[in-house]
Design a protein around this ligand. Structure first.
Ligand SMILES: [Zn+2]
Length: 373
């Protein structure tokens, strides 16, 4: 199997009103570098593309890529031709390697717009070199710019950045410094297409976690309620886990749960819900990973915090409700008293004033610099 390190440059509409929704970014350059199984460079591919959707390059695009409208008009070929040349050059057995997660989606969007059949089978796996670099150099914690990795490995920078083929070459040079025996199994899955049915849904097993990608549903709630999405099985023996903390929303972005296998210990589940490419539905990505005591505590704490917040919210609501009722009641009394005798109004008004202050229920925060008298 060969590695196709791919990089794209694209242009967009100058104004949002001129944007074609199906192709917000039009590819103007495809660059690629082919590495053999031993990660040795065997060839290079470059195509400049004559734009058909957004005919003029944005000033920003010009500055970034160095290309001019004239370059693309005179040296560029149509995307359809560039794409078929690329696919032919790629060969039969290869995996795409990309810096980051966006280029493949853009390629597929452009292909769909120009009615080119997507030839890659589903699910579409690729290597995200930016992710592999992060895993190797800082335990996967920080995603860095390509320039950062180039400088880190002291790779000579005689080629300019932001030309597709040059960036592909730099990405290939970073890939050559990744320990592929350790990291090449950490492929990424492209989400331009999501499973269309039950049978296309599958679980991927990586070294330290499993990942399940669901089909799409019209509503967010349907995804998170789906029992297949909520399922938790042991990462090792695949047996159903005993649920110790059921799924709960973790600050809106994702859902967490904790399960236990009697034989293999605790596992943490995480569900992320994402909109589909065409924004006509939502799908879920669920990961399950065996967890350390710290991970476990983190989930437990988050759950506890959430419970505490809910308790406080309910308490506040109850008190506010009581205050509102009391206020209404005394308003009425005041009214009645006002009707009865003018002298008593002052007292009634006072009563309204004192109860009409739900502010006092709010949590008092001791800022440390408030002076106490
Ligand atoms: Zn197990």
């Amino acid at each position: 199997m060969e590695y196709i390190v791919l990089d794209l440059e694209w242009n967009q509409a100058a104004y949002k009103v001129d944007e074609e929704a199906e192709i917000p970014f039009e590819i103007i350059e495809i660059g690629a570098v082919k590495l053999n199984e031993k990660c040795e460079k065997v060839s290079e591919f470059q195509a400049l593309i004559r734009p058909q959707v957004y005919p003029f390059l944005l000033r920003r695009t010009k500055e970034l890529t160095g290309w001019t409208d004239k370059d693309l008009d005179t040296r560029g070929i149509y995307f359809e031709d560039a794409c078929s040349q690329l696919l032919e050059w790629c060969g039969k057995d290869y995996i795409f390697c990309i810096w980051g997660t966006t280029d493949l989606v853009q390629l597929e969007r452009n292909m769909a717009y120009f009615k080119i059949k997507i030839p890659w089978k589903y699910p579409f796996k690729y290597l995200d070199v930016q992710k592999l670099y992060a895993m190797q150099e800082n335990e996967g914690k920080t995603r860095r710019a390509l320039e950062f990795a180039i400088e880190h490995y002291q790779i000579p920078t005689e080629r300019p950045f932001h030309h597709a083929v040059d960036d592909a070459d730099y990405t290939a040079k970073v890939l050559q410094r990744i320990d592929m025996a350790a990291y090449s199994t950490f492929f990424s899955v492209d989400y331009y297409r999501v499973p269309r049915n039950y049978f296309e849904e599958q679980i991927f097993y990586f070294n330290t976690y499993s990942k399940f990608v669901s089909r799409s549903y019209p509503l967010k709630e349907e995804v998170i309620q789906n029992h297949r999405v909520r399922e938790m099985n042991c990462f090792y023996c695949k047996k159903k886990l005993i649920r110790t903390i059921p799924w709960f929303s973790d600050s809106g972005r994702s859902y967490l749960a904790l399960g236990e296998c009697k034989e293999h210990g605790f596992m943490r589940g995480r569900i992320r819900v994402k909109p589909t490419e065409k924004y006509n539905g939502y799908f879920a990505i669920r990961t399950i990973r065996p967890c350390t005591d710290e991970d476990r505590e983190e989930v437990e704490n988050k759950r506890e915090n959430l419970k505490e917040k809910r308790r406080e919210k309910r308490k506040r609501e109850r008190i506010n409700e009581r205050l509102r009722t009391a206020a209404k009641k005394s308003e009425k009394t005041a009214e009645n008293e006002a009707k009865g005798g003018a002298g008593k109004t002052e007292k009634a008004a006072k009563a309204v004033k004192t109860v009409k202050a739900p502010k006092t229920v709010k949590k008092t925060v001791n800022t440390g610099n408030s002076k106490e008298s």
